[in-house]
Design a protein around this ligand. Structure first.
Ligand SMILES: *Cc1c(COP(=O)(O)O)cnc(C)c1O
Length: 228
C-alpha cells in the first residue's frame, strides 16, 4: 500500500510541477511518519523515501537509531527548549522555530555540540489561534532578521501549516503569502529560500505555489491512530 501511495504522490508532484513550469528536482517529499511503527517506515524506505518527518522528540530519538543511516530526519513539530539537546545536529532541519527565544536556545545547544543547525521559521499565515507562530508580518520580518544573525544556526527558509480544509484551493492564498514573505526577505536566508508547505490535503497546490518541501503523512501511511 505504501509503495502504491508513494507512486501516486510522486506522480501528483510531477503534475503540479508541470502545471507551474517548475523543475521536479526542486521539490522534496518528507514522509511524515509520526505515530507510525518502525515497520511502516522501513516499508517507505524500501519504496524510496529518504526524508522522514516527526513531530515529537521522543519518537524521533527512538526511531532514528533503528533505521538506516542515510535517512534525513526532519523535526516538524513544536519544540520545547529543554528537548533541543536530544536532537541537535542529528536532524537535518528543524522546521518549527516560532520564537526568538527558541532560536537562541537552539543556537546555544548547537554551539555546545559544535555543530551548525539548519532551521526554518514557522509562520502562522492564516493566523489560526490553535497554531504556533504569528500572522503579524512585521513581527515575522523582525524574527527572520534576528534569527539570521545567530551564528550556530543556518536560516534556510520558512514553513507553514495551512488550515485544515476539504478544498485545497482555499489554501492557495496562504502558500502565495509565504512565498512572497520568503522572496521579500531573501537576503536573510542561507541560499535560495526553502519553503516547507503542503500536506496530504493540499500539497499539489503548495507545489504550484513554490513549495520545496511537502510534508505528507496520511496520504502515504494512511490515517493516524493516536490512541495506542
Ligand atoms: C502531521 C503533520 C503533517 C502531515 O499531515 P497529513 O495531513 O497527514 O499529511 C505535516 N506537517 C506537520 C507539521 C504535521 O504535524
Amino acid at each position: 500500500m505504501i509503495r502504491e501511495n508513494l507512486e501516486q504522490i510522486n506522480k501528483n508532484i510531477e503534475n503540479a510541477c508541470k502545471n507551474a513550469g517548475r523543475e521536479l528536482s526542486e521539490v522534496h517529499l518528507i514522509a511524515v511518519s509520526k505515530t507510525k511503527p518502525v515497520e511502516m517506515l522501513k516499508e517507505a524506505y524500501d519504496a524510496g523515501c529518504r526524508l522522514f518527518g516527526e513531530n515529537r522528540v521522543q519518537e524521533l530519538t527512538e526511531k532514528m537509531p533503528v533505521l538506516p543511516d542515510d535517512i534525513k530526519w526532519h523535526m516538524i513539530g513544536h519544540l520545547q527548549t529543554n528537548k533541543i539537546k536530544y536532537i541537535i545536529g542529528k536532524v537535518a532541519l528543524i522546521h518549527s522555530v516560532d520564537t526568538l527565544h527558541l532560536a537562541e536556545a537552539i543556537d546555544k545547544e548547537a554551539a555546545k555540540a559544535g555543530c551548525t543547525q539548519d532551521v526554518l521559521i514557522e509562520i502562522n499565515v492564516a493566523g489560526e489561534s490553535s497554531k504556533f507562530g504569528t500572522a503579524d508580518m512585521d513581527v515575522n520580518k523582525q524574527l527572520i532578521k534576528d534569527v539570521s544573525e545567530l551564528k550556530n544556526l543556518k536560516l534556510k527558509g520558512l514553513m507553514t501549516v495551512a488550515p485544515y480544509t476539504d478544498d485545497p484551493e482555499e489554501n492557495r492564498v496562504y502558500f502565495k503569502t509565504l512565498k512572497k514573505l520568503a522572496d521579500d526577505m531573501r537576503e536573510y536566508f542561507d541560499g535560495e529560500p526553502v519553503l516547507s508547505m503542503g500536506m496530504t490535503g493540499d500539497y499539489m497546490v503548495a507545489v504550484e505555489e513554490g513549495a520545496t518541501y511537502v510534508r505528507v503523512g496520511t496520504g502515504l501511511f494512511g490515517e493516524r491512530n493516536y490512541n495506542f
